[in-house]
Design a protein around this ligand. Structure first.
Ligand code: HMG
Ligand code: MG
Length: 285
């Protein structure tokens, strides 16, 4: 039997957060419902961040309230601090995610604090989530390059990953935020991280700016990773990462994994419909 690889669908959040045209809550709800029908185990629906920083995600509570929850799918949200966590809990998020950076420049621009300060903000969130029985994922941005600080030393990524694991994150998603990673550099980064965190606790999060995301997934598979983030229709980008293009497209990832002999248990026909709808939401850039 083919080995299972889990696709973590981030389209409604990472895919849409950077769209300039405000997308209506009913359209976001429709996208999540279409993705639910594909059979994803986890869908990242929204984020609970400052509305003046990321206006597109200001309707997170409304979207969470409107979706139809499919048994077997967990609906997750990005939460930078305790305030975001409380809002996500009110909205009945099944899992939340904190987001750190491996570079100081991006940490400052994205979440308005240093890397060390971000851990101080995450700690009470993780304590509260543990008490509530809510799993917390940890993202690390700029694991290859930072748009502000340049190349990221792999050992820095390993240090941040080890700290997130220590704080209690169940899974750590390694983000090539601007999509500049090559398989060689991703491999070097992974080799450093794997000295601190086992492959079973890691996920790959590749943006496809230079068209290398599938190659980067392949080197990650070789190193034992079995979870990959992807966005329906390849939408995406980060408002605080100039030049960042979309996440690797979900359909393309599912197809590539099938060719490599892995099973994703995603309904490919329904996914094509969801991706067409996701792409139709994209406004002028
Ligand atoms: P801050 O200004 O440092 O926060 O923002 P603060 O604690 O100093 O509070 C200042 C004000 O913000 C207060 O309001 C707080 O209540 C409010 P006031 O009392 O002045 O009226 N506030 C909040 N409001 C709503 N939701 C909250 C919240 N927290 C405080 N959660 C903060 C820090 C992180 C909140 C801010 O910088 C922010 O919202 N940043 C948004 C970052 C973001 O969403 N970026 C995109 C996602 S990350 C990404 O895309 C990368 C990823 O995909 C992986 C990859 O590709 O690399 C994950
Ligand atoms: Mg991203």
């Amino acid at each position: 039997m083919a080995e299972f690889v889990r696709i973590h669908e981030v389209g409604p959040r990472d895919g849409l957060q950077n769209e300039k045209r405000i997308i209506s809550a009913p359209d976001k709800i429709r996208l999540v419902d279409m993705l639910s029908a594909c059979g994803f185990e986890k869908i990242e629906v929204t984020s609970f961040v400052r509305a003046d920083w990321v206006p597109q995600m200001a309707d997170g509570a409304e979207v969470m309230a409107g979706i139809i929850r499919r048994p077997g799918t967990l609906y997750t949200a990005l939460t930078p601090n305790l305030r975001g966590y409380e809002a996500a809990r009110m909205a009945r998020a099944d899992e939340v995610a904190v987001f750190a950076s491996a570079s100081e420049g991006f940490s400052r621009r994205n979440i308005n604090c240093s890397i060390a300060e971000s851990f101080q903000r995450f700690a009470p969130l993780l304590d509260k989530a543990a008490a509530d029985g809510v799993p917390v994922r940890g993202y690390i941005s700029c694991v290859v390059d930072c748009p502000y600080d340049g190349p990221t030393p792999p050992v820095r990524v390993a240090g941040v990953a080890a700290r997130l694991l220590e704080l209690g994150c169940v899974e750590i998603s390694l983000g090539d935020t601007i999509g500049s990673g090559t398989p060689e550099r991703v491999a070097a980064m992974l080799d450093a991280v794997l000295e601190k965190v086992p492959a079973g606790r890691l996920a790959g999060h590749f943006h496809d700016t230079n068209g290398r995301a599938l190659d980067n997934i392949a080197v990650s598979l070789e190193r034992g990773l079995r979870v990959f983030d992807a966005a329906a229709g390849g939408l995406g980008g980060c408002p605080y990462a100039p030049g960042a293009e979309g996440n690797v497209a979900t359909g393309k990832t599912v197809d590539h994994l099938a060719v490599l002999g892995f099973e994703t248990r995603i309904d490919r026909v329904r996914l094509a419909e969801a991706e067409a709808f996701a792409r139709s939401l994209r406004g002028e850039r």
